[in-house]
Design a protein around this ligand. Structure first.
Ligand code: SF4
Ligand code: SF4
Length: 278
């Protein structure tokens, strides 16, 4: 059972929810796929046993072999190649390349394009007692997080419970996480900004037909914005975490939600998700 913890907006409390949930379950795997800003390790405090440099294949063009037929340029849907036959020049815009391999596939000349590995980030593997830990750290300046997220999936063990901290937002990296998840917990804060971005992210989750539910962070008894939002759209709120100074102080020190109250709530939540009661 892969459970993704997502949120339309950054800073809603996704990481504290995912790490607290994982630490409470214990015998599980926690995967931090928020690769542009992974901070799950601050809460889990794992012992890292392995670091793997992750590479993607990137084309290298050889003008001395090229016949300037422009087939690669026409085939690249990301406009990463520009061929200038008159000047016998190949311009390659590496930042636009999505490593799909099509240019090499269509090139009629052997050795005009050779794929070379390019490092884009690091995958770390470790553990904290019974909890297995994996995170990904995207190198600075790498335009797309998707290849690293996709590459991390092969390191996820076949555990009964896998908790995945998704990137925030509602773009390709979130889709890459959600598409292989069995359930999505959407963390939001009860503010107009939070709910606006939640609505966008919910659109993705519904489009992919994924079972899902909402967790409201920073809940206050006199604020019914999130409850009204959920009621109007027929969505289910499965947990409300109070707007509490103590939680914020602990968060700043890297301390997850603790205590019997949260343990019981998280264990019940996991049980209900696994038994299909939500
Ligand atoms: S690998 Fe794909 S995206 Fe990159 S240059 Fe070739 S065709 Fe374009
Ligand atoms: S497909 Fe190959 S030969 Fe044709 S322009 Fe591109 S690199 Fe050159």
């Amino acid at each position: 059972m892969k459970i993704a913890i997502a949120s339309g907006k950054g800073g809603t409390g996704k990481t504290i929810v995912s790490t607290s949930l994982a630490l409470t379950v214990g015998n599980a795997t926690y995967v931090d796929m928020d690769v542009e800003e992974p901070n799950g390790a601050i809460f889990v405090k794992p012992e890292i046993s392995k670091e793997i440099r992750f590479t993607v294949p990137i084309p290298e063009f050889y003008e001395d072999k090229c016949i300037f037929c422009r087939k690669c340029e026409q085939a690249c849907v990301y406009n990463a190649i520009s061929i200038i036959p008159q000047a016998k020049k190949i311009l390659f815009f590496e930042e636009l390349c999505h490593n799909c391999g099509v240019c090499k596939y269509v090139c009629p000349v052997e050795q005009a394009i050779i794929e070379k590995p390019k490092s884009i980030g690091t995958i770390r593997i470790g553990e904290k007692e019974q909890l297995k830990f994996i995170d990904g750290i995207l190198d600075v300046g790498i335009a797309s997080a998707v290849p690293l997220i996709s590459g991390m999936k092969s390191y996820i063990p076949d555990d009964e419970v896998v908790i995945i901290d998704s990137p925030p937002g509602a773009s390709c990296p979130v889709v890459e996480v959600v598409k292989d998840s069995d359930f999505v917990l959407m963390v939001t804060e009860p503010t107009p900004f939070g709910l606006n971005d939640l609505e966008i992210a919910l659109g993705i989750v519904k489009e992919m037909d994924k079972p899902h539910a909402i967790i409201v962070n920073k809940h206050e008894s006199n604020n019914s914005l999130a409850r009204d939002f959920a009621k109007e759209r027929g969505e289910k709120i499965v947990m409300e975490i109070p707007f509490d100074r103590k939680i914020a102080e602990n968060y700043a020190k890297g301390i997850p939600l603790a205590g019997n109250e949260y343990s019981e709530m998280f264990l019940k939540l996991i049980k209900n998700i696994r038994e299909g009661n939500i």
